[in-house]
Each structure stands twice: as C-alpha cells, then as structure tokens.
Design a protein around this ligand. Structure first.
Ligand code: ADP
Ligand code: MG
Length: 261
C-alpha cells in the first residue's frame, strides 16, 4: 500500500465520518508531524482535537442561536455599584448556575430600566457558555406563539418547545395585560416545567397585582405564583432606571458645560 493511497483513504474516512475540520487540517498536520517527528499518539491527538474544537464551536453557535438572547451582556457588564439595591452576592451565586440543578426559578422584580432584562440575559449567556439549552422570550411573544399554535393545531409541539430548554427566560411579564388565553398558556408553560426546569422571569409587577394583569383571573395568577415561587430566588430591584440615570448625568454635564463654556 502506498503512502498516497493511505492518505486518500484517511481523507475518505474523515469525509465519511463528517469530520470536515479534521480533513481540512490533515495535510498541514501531517507535514508538521513529519517535520517535528512527533509520535503517532501526539499526531492523532492533534487531529482529533481540531475536530472536537470545531464540533464544540458549532454546538455553541447553535445554542446561541436557539437561545435568542437579545443582547450580549454578561454578569461582568453589570455595574453593581450603580444599583445598590441588587444583592450582589445573591446574583453572583446565581451566576454559578447551581440554581439550574434543582430547577429553581428566578424572579427579577422591579420598575423599568433597573437591569432586570440585563441580569436575566447574563444568566442566559452563562448557561449557554456552560453548554446548556436556553431560550429567551418575552411574555407577549410567548402568548402570540401559543395563540398561533392553538389555531394551527400545534399546541402540543409548542408546549414541548417551551418545556425543553434547561433555562427558559420569560421577560416582561406584566408590561402588557395578558388576555385570559395568554395567561393560561403561560400557566401551562410554567406548570409543565415545575420542578423539572428553571424559569427566569422578569416583571415590573409587585406580586400582589399579578391577578389583575394575568387574564384578570386570581385563580390562574395564584396557581402560577404557587408554582413559580415554591422553589425560587426572588431578586427585588429598587431604585432608579439606569438609562435615566446616565441620561440625567449627561444632561447635567451638558448644563454644566453650557454654564461654564
Ligand atoms: P429592565 O429590564 O429592568 O427594564 P434593562 O435590563 O433593559 O432594564 O436595562 C436598561 C438599560 O440599562 C440596558 O441598556 C442595560 O444594559 C442598562 N443597565 C441597567 N442596569 C445596569 C447596571 N447596573 N449596569 C450596567 N448597565 C445597566
Ligand atoms: Mg426589561
């Protein structure tokens, strides 16, 4: 058997096994192996690690795409000094993702602009980086998707879709009142994940006013809260909107500049 035909066979095997990255790296790595007289083991290790890296990168990109996180923020971007009402220790503990192990839910509660979405997204990125399936949706999008699913006879598939990720982020619960049908859909999503997979939910609503916004139905709101809160971490964020704060700081700087040109 010639070296040439061995090489061709090896390429064919790699192609058959869909190891495209390894196939591409093969000639370069072979040259290098001959040049540096590296061992067969070392050569094989290098070749396979090229493929492992490529597979991991593909997985990460797929997870990233599926997660649909609306911004790139991570916990490192969150300025804790700007938001003293946020319990930094608690948030950093959440960042370890231990809460996902026993399907603990996380609720970020607070007025607009205080960083609820940012923190939820940061947890999402941490979970994606750890190789987990995450999906981000707003409550309004979840409601719309469930509504379409009901009309098109895809209810069960859609419920499986929301049951599946290791972490489901439901942003902006309570910004818009949800009609009864939408509140029921959210209830079903939360129920089927109950004790199985974490939900991270953000809301501007104090828990007492959930009934009014969730289909004007105290029963559904109560049952939903039972399941959400039974095993949960609640992060209350008070204080100023971060956007308004930087807006105010800019406005102040402009005023000063105008006064003392
Ligand atoms: P919420 O979801 O509570 O309305 P967001 O998470 O959308 O607020 O935050 C509003 C904006 O302010 C975003 O651009 C966010 O990145 C930024 N922001 C809020 N809080 C902080 C913070 N503590 N550190 C850095 N950026 C922040
Ligand atoms: Mg938000």
């Amino acid at each position: 058997m010639t070296e040439r035909s061995d090489y061709q066979k090896l390429r064919a095997h790699l192609a058959y096994l869909r190891m495209g990255a390894a196939a591409e790296a093969l000639p370069g790595l072979l040259d290098e192996a001959i040049r540096t007289k590296c061992s067969t083991q070392a050569f094989l290790e290098k070749l396979l690690s090229v493929e492992v890296d490529a597979v991991e990168e593909r997985r990460r990109v797929t997870l990233e795409r599926f997660a649909s996180l609306p911004s790139p923020f991570t916990l490192a971007d969150f300025d804790f000094t700007a938001q003293p009402s946020v319990d930094e220790k608690l948030v950093r503990e959440l960042g370890t993702l231990r809460f996902l192990e026993d399907a603990t839910n996380v609720l970020f509660i607070g007025p607009p602009g205080v960083g609820k979405t940012m923190l939820a997204v940061a947890l999402g990125h941490a979970a994606v980086t750890a190789g987990m399936r995450v999906h981000y949706t707003t409550a309004a999008d979840l409601a719309a998707r469930c509504h379409r699913a009901a009309l098109e006879g895809r209810w069960a598939t859609t419920m499986r879709f929301y049951a599946n990720p290791r972490l489901l982020i439901v942003d902006e619960v309570g910004y818009l009142p949800l009609p009864q049908e939408a509140a029921a859909a959210l209830f079903q999503v939360v129920s089927q994940r109950y004790l199985k997979g974490s939900v991270c939910l953000t809301t501007n609503l104090g828990i007492a006013s959930w009934g009014r916004v969730l289909g004007d139905d105290q029963m559904v709101a109560g049952a939903l809260l039972d399941r959400l809160l039974h095993r949960s971490v609640v992060v209350n964020i008070e204080g100023d909107s971060y956007r308004m704060r930087s807006h105010r700081a800019r406005a102040e700087a402009t005023r000063r500049a105008v006064r003392n040109p």
